[in-house]
Ligand binder design. Sequence first.
Ligand code: NAD
Ligand code: IPM
Ligand code: MN
Length: 358
Amino acid sequence: MSETEISQDPKRIAVIPGDGIGVEVTREAVKVLRAATPEKLQFTEFDWGADRYLRDGTSLPAGAVEMFHRDFDAILFGAVGDPRVPSNQHAADILLGLRAKLDLYVNLRPVELLDDALTPLRNRATKDVHFTVVRENTEGLYVGAGGHFQRGTPHEVAIQEDVNTRRGVERIIRYAFEFARSRHLRRVCMSDKSNALTFGHELWLRVFKELKSEYADVESRHLYVDALAMELVRDPTQFDVIVTCNLFGDILSDLGSQLAGGLGLAPSGNIHPGRVSLFEPVHGSAPNIAGKNIANPAGSVLSSALMLDHLGMPATANLLRDAVSASIREKQTTQDIGGNLGTREAGDWLAEFVATRA
Ligand code: NAD
Ligand code: IPM
Ligand code: MN
């Protein structure tokens, strides 16, 4: 594969497979990346996840953040979550910890229908379902501010604070406008719940109104999140870029994934432009199918394509996307999207596809 944009040094990729199907799909994504870019990527694997946490208490080790800044260009992540850790503590430390501490303020979650047959919407085709959720990724209800009072008693109080900063809201809305502009996308929709959340989301609405005048070339629209959820199902053709807060972005991206064939295909990038960033499928560790060789590795492969975009290797990124599209066309996929291959066999097919074209 000829990449005019790439420097000679191999890019240094940290691989964190995590738990459950995170391990299975990441193995396949690395296989496909190796086949597509021999010698251009260098992988270092980390065993962080539930097993390690249960063994020695390690979740996100001290010094990890400095190490990523110093020694790595990107992180390829699987998923975290394990029924043996009901508190989800290790997952919060590792995944939410990395998003916050690396200041990965953009969670980019493209929704693109790759084959007409994959959408559950009646009379919709590939051209109708193609938008990107730009999820704020460092603030909101995810900051872990709050506490309990009289926990476990009938008088229990639980408080979870929703933190919205002027800087945080402004930078993500600005990113969404810039993203639209740079890709010649026409429309940005900002979604909040400012009619009920009259402090935090009033800030979102006010900042959005201020910024939209700077981006007069982009059509801007505001929808309350309940209305947006409904419109996404009724008529997804209305949307190019949707920008929203952390929690709403989480929910809308799972909804979006289903419009385009399900969680097995959905990719994401946790990004700080210009810095080491983390790429992972939208799905979780799926304990219900873990260890059965049935998880779809395509979400992880498409996340790897987002990683290659971030690393300045767009031709290889598109090769990975072509491979996934071809696998769907030729029904060489896992069962969740209509094929009959296992996880490993689907990964082999994709690796073979890219190897013959690299
Ligand atoms: P999930 O995404 O793991 O699974 C939801 C459903 O989708 C399940 O039925 C699962 O079998 C299916 N599914 C998911 N990925 C698939 C794939 N690649 N191929 C085929 N089917 C797939 O969500 P959940 O069940 O709510 O959560 C399970 C665990 O994962 C929890 O501990 C949760 O906290 C964690 N989680 C982690 C992440 C992450 O690490 N980024 C994301 C979501 C959930
Ligand atoms: C996601 C996941 C995480 C989130 C969980 C595991 C904390 O659902 O990446 O979408 O809510 O951000
Ligand atoms: Mn989620």
